[in-house]
Design a protein around this ligand. Sequence first.
Ligand code: PRP
Length: 215
Amino acid sequence: MAASRRPLTIALNRGDRILSDSLSLLARAGIEPAESIERSRKLVFDSRCGRARLVIMRGSDVPTFVEYGAADLGVAGKDTLLEHGGTGYYERLDLKIAPCRLMTAVPVGFREPHGRPLRVATKFVRIAREHYADIGRAVEIIPLSGAMEIAPLMGLADCIVDIVETGTTLKANGLEARELIAESTARVIVNRASLKVRLGEIEALLATLRSAIGD
Ligand code: PRP
């Protein structure tokens, strides 16, 4: 089959909110899964129109699939892209969904430690390292995969770097937000080679998505 006939492979973040909003926007661009994603354990779905194939994965893996060309396009949070730091894709569209802020957070009543670096628990290791380097603060980064909020509670770290959406999780765990590092929304990224080879198709999809979000 000619390369241009192959369905476009689109990598989607499996997170509940970002997935349902991504699917709604894609549906407005005429791309809908042939069967219900929510009710299936499958991870790869053909589209009804046959123009696309949707692949569901952990958000942090989306840029990797797109960078290596295993997916032509992907939807990933700006937070994830900053952390990934990849160069094999173009960031082409801000979908303005899944808004959140990357922030530092500390226990309520926090006091700076003296005589040792600040211990920071996070899954955003690169972002945290750059942030504290920018403000000239010596830190020890403690990498975690999730549920960073428990690290200060358990005495593992002084503070965390994490995404904050409503602030409910911080509050429920006795933490408060401190420094804003970056604002994040979901972005469409495109593999560099795919954009060259399938320019018309991809630009048409981006244009339809752009009008679906009212840009
Ligand atoms: C994220 C983040 C916080 C929470 C913040 O976790 O890590 O735990 O959302 O949202 P809130 O401000 O509305 O409370 P997510 O549910 O995405 O799971 P994760 O821990 O796997 O990242």
